[in-house]
Design a protein around this ligand. Structure first.
Ligand SMILES: O=C(O)C(=O)C[C@]1(C(=O)O)C=C[C@@H](O)C=C1
Length: 367
């Protein structure tokens, strides 16, 4: 052994000893934090049966602070993700939170659920968006996670329509970068692919790539990306377009990575529940408004937003379920319903609308 390797080995040993010491301190501090969370739970329990353990506004503040005070070398996102998991474990200690999401397992909605609630939440896949709403309404789970819009393909109508017949609120949002991969099973012959399975939205998000690389291959729309991945197992002439979780879950091999046409392709998901969330300091509000079917109605609806200087982030129109050719507007804007300016604007809009429902004010997605 040369002198150099001896001193290298010695240095490695010293560094590992240092890491062991730091880990000891981190472990002690995490336990102390978890003890605090248990005390918080006692304080909440004393408020009665309906005590709210999960506090979206507080979680957003904790994560934002973790990012603000980070000075590297980890990225802000990486640091926040670590705190996400610590808080998830602390919340599970207070009271296990039950979450339903649009399944099956392996979908992007499951990935969004994990990103938002962390690994300690008890999550359950359901077959349809309606079912997620129903299970939250019935109290079988505390929260639901459903997709609402994609940056390439637009709004998910089914989710918006469900709000028309539901009393649930929006208590959070989470955005996920969507990376699609072309994947095959171990029996697939890559040169003999004649069929590609995926969800219709994903096929649309990879349209140009498919036109360029697999122009004559049949594209088969199925109920989810995870379902596509499942079908490919055992088919020698088929491939699937899906995400990392599906590839892992079904043991598929990724043939081509990140094949989405737009590199910034992302999907926004909503957290639905029954609680009204206080301001976190950086929030969004979602409204559902019906207007009388008369000239100038849309102008009257939007005018207060301009006057109170409120920043609209989205306006969607859906046919109302109560009559032909009448519409419901879904409007998102920056700010919390309880802040001055917004509270006044909502009062004015309420006065000119035939129906106004605040679907919720909630923290802007952090991670
Ligand atoms: O501050 C609270 O209310 C807590 O319950 C503590 C805590 C945390 O671990 O920081 C845990 C769960 C809540 O969702 C928010 C924060």
């Amino acid at each position: 052994m040369t002198e150099e390797t001896v001193s290298g080995d010695q240095h490695l040993l010293e560094l590992r000893n240092r890491i062991d010491r730091i880990d000891g301190e981190i472990a002690r501090l995490i336990s102390e934090r978890a003890g605090c969370a248990l005390e918080v739970a006692e304080v909440k329990k004393a408020t009665g049966e309906d005590a709210l353990y999960y506090r979206p506004e507080r979680e957003a503040q904790v994560l934002r602070r973790a990012m603000e005070r980070n000075s590297g070398p980890l990225t802000d996102e990486e640091m926040a993700r670590l705190f996400r998991e610590i808080m998830s474990a602390c919340l599970a200690l207070e009271e296990p939170v039950k979450v339903a999401y649009l399944g099956p397992e392996g979908t992007f909605t499951q990935q969004a659920t994990l990103k938002h609630f962390g690994n300690s939440a008890q999550s359950r896949p359901l077959a349809a968006i309606d079912e997620v709403f129903r299970e939250v309404e019935a109290g079988a789970v505390n929260y639901g996670v459903v997709p609402v819009e994609n940056s390439t393909e637009g709004v998910i109508n089914h989710t918006l329509d469900n709000f028309m017949n539901s009393n649930l609120s929006i208590c959070g949002e989470v955005e996920l970068r969507i990376h699609h991969h072309l994947m095959i099973s171990d029996v697939t012959r890559p040169k003999s692919i004649t069929r590609i399975y995926s969800h219709a939205q994903s096929l649309a998000q990879c349209r140009k790539w498919l036109d360029a690389h697999y122009p004559n291959v049949e594209r088969v729309a199925v109920s989810s990306n995870a379902d596509a991945a499942k079908r490919v197992k055992g088919e020698w002439n088929a491939a699937a377009i899906a995400g990392d979780m599906a590839a892992e879950l079904y043991g598929l091999k990724v043939l081509s990575e990140k094949i989405e046409d737009r590199p910034d392709n992302s999907t926004r998901f909503l957290i639905i529940g029954t609680q009204q969330v206080p301001s976190s300091g950086d929030d969004k509000t979602s409204l559902m408004v019906s207007m009388r079917n008369e000239p100038g109605a849309l102008h009257d609806l939007l005018e207060p937003f301009r006057r109170y200087n409120i920043d609209l982030t989205r306006v969607e129109t859906r046919p109302s379920q109560s009559g032909n050719w009448t519409y419901v507007f879904f409007i998102d804007f920056k700010g919390h319903r309880d802040t001055s300016g917004i509270a006044e604007a909502l009062k004015e809009i309420g006065a000119c609308a035939s129906d106004l429902k605040v679907l919720g004010s909630y923290p802007r997605g952090v991670l």
